[in-house]
Design a protein around this ligand. Structure first.
Ligand code: TRP
Length: 451
């Protein structure tokens, strides 16, 4: 059998293709579903500011670090750390990433399943005014429904990853991400005409710092990692498919701008509705699934809009899910020499199984809590997003800042192609600021620090 690691590695065809594929990983349920409800729970504008600050001083430097590590090693996370350092402890960071991939995808797929179910619901029954709340609660309470849709989403993800990623993902991302933009814009403009629009805009853009608790800051940091797909080597893996000619720093900035833009659009689409119909912004994960159908039910051609919207969101979710599965699968291909087919089917199935307790969090396992008062679904999200990703990101930053030599780094992000001392600023952030900021936030949360 051919040794997989000796096959030439696939590379993105164009920079645009790469930027859209990486944006496809970043832009997903995190922006459209998770961001609005987290902002709802942690004080709207204050959360948004903490998020944007985290993105600027931590997110961008770590994204560039992941691309640099991936491209210079041309390997997936575990292999990349093995190749770039002699110290046998570094590959543990890759391992942590693979583990995070298992956990995050397991519950991400449950929500992906909800989107699929909503496509079906919009197509065959359609929501009437006031019907979405009850439909959503009875859906959550039905274990078989949860498992079937979760399984279907996982299966679709596996089919795409099975086909290899570069041509498939790159081609699809080029069509889907712009289409999603158009439909989000239409829905956002529509929302901004609602009577609650003023209140909605205020909620998301006007910071009330009294609401920004320590917990809120940790959540904002975690969300910065989650929404940019950072801290577990997903961007590192995508970076390993980059050729040497692509400008890493400008790509990273473009991805971050696009990502933030989609999140804000999603917020401006949801909160006017929330305030118009008096939904509690703190309802949590269901926010999106209850508010939006209400608008569709009241819109001209609402059914058509609903179907197209959920189809596009499903694609956004799948382009993210494949990047999570790809990290797991590429580990088994690169390091254990499995075939892509075997790695994909076996690990996809394992992830489906790990997702079962999350899928049953509101039915058979209702009332079971793990961390604090969080149910199983929330606990896994809490653990992975607020701890595993920041810890992974912390070590990625240290590796890029302290272990890689200037020579290695400058081969990937050249001083001359960047104006305004971009390299030096990046290097300072990744070496000192990003690790320190993550550390302080984590320690503060665990109560080790006295403030
Ligand atoms: N960023 C994606 C979203 O916002 C989710 C995601 C994809 C992700 N790959 C990841 C999160 C890797 C963390 C790590 O929906």
């Amino acid at each position: 059998m051919a040794n997989k690691t000796e096959q030439p590695r696939d590379h993105w065809a164009t920079k645009l293709g790469f930027v859209l594929a990486a944006s496809g990983s970043a832009i997903g349920l995190g922006n459209i579903w998770r961001f609005p409800y987290k902002a709802g729970q942690y004080g709207g504008g204050a959360f948004v500011i903490a998020y944007v600050v985290s993105v600027l001083i931590i997110g961008i430097p770590i994204m560039i670090a992941e691309f640099i590590i991936g491209r210079s090693a041309q390997k997936s996370p575990v292999g990349a750390f093995k190749q770039l350092s002699f110290n046998r402890a570094w590959p543990l960071v890759g391992w942590l990433g693979v583990l995070s991939g298992f956990i995050i995808l397991s519950y991400y797929s449950v929500v992906g399943g909800w989107i699929l179910r909503y496509i079906w619901e919009s197509g065959f029954h359609f929501f009437k005014e006031g019907s979405a709340g009850p439909i959503f609660s009875s859906f959550l309470a039905n274990p078989w429904q949860q498992l079937i849709w979760h399984g279907l989403f996982m299966f679709m993800t596996m089919i795409i990853v099975r086909g290899g990623i570069t041509t498939g993902i790159e081609r699809w991302s080029k069509v889907l991400m712009p289409s999603l933009l158009i439909i989000l814009l239409i829905l956002m403009i529509n929302s901004l005409r609602f009577p609650g629009a003023g209140e909605g805009i205020q909620f998301i853009l006007k910071p009330d710092f009294s609401k920004l608790t320590r917990e809120g800051i940790l959540e904002a940091l975690g969300h910065a990692f989650f929404s940019l797909s950072l801290g577990m080597g997903a961007m590192l893996t995508y970076g390993s498919y980059l050729d040497k000619g692509t400008n890493i720093s400008s790509s990273a900035l473009e991805i971050v701008v696009l990502n933030t833009f989609y999140a804000l659009m999603a917020g401006l689409m949801i909160f006017p509705i929330v305030f118009t119909y008096d939904v509690d912004p703190q309802v949590g994960p269901g926010l999106f699934f209850i508010t939006l159908p209400e608008v569709f039910a009241r819109m001209p051609a609402g059914q058509l809009v609903a179907i197209s919207f959920f189809v596009l969101v499903a694609f956004a979710a799948i382009t993210s899910a494949i990047s999570l599965l790809e990290v797991v699968v590429s580990y088994f291909i690169d390091e254990l020499n499995w075939s892509r087919k075997k790695a994909d089917y076996v690990m996809g199935t394992v992830i489906f199984l790990i997702g079962i307790p999350s899928a049953l969090s509101w039915s058979s396992l209702k009332g079971v809590t793990l961390f604090g008062s969080r149910d199983i679904f929330d606990s896994l999200d809490f653990l992975a997003t607020n701890y595993m990703l920041p810890i992974g990101g912390f070590f990625i930053a240290l590796f890029a800042g302290w272990i890689l030599t200037h020579g290695q780094k400058e081969a990937e992000i050249k001083r001359i192609e960047n104006t305004f001392h971009f390299y030096d600023i990046w290097h300072f952030l990744v070496k000192y600021i990003a690790p320190l900021a993550v550390l302080v936030i984590l320690l503060q949360k665990t109560g080790v620090l006295p403030f």
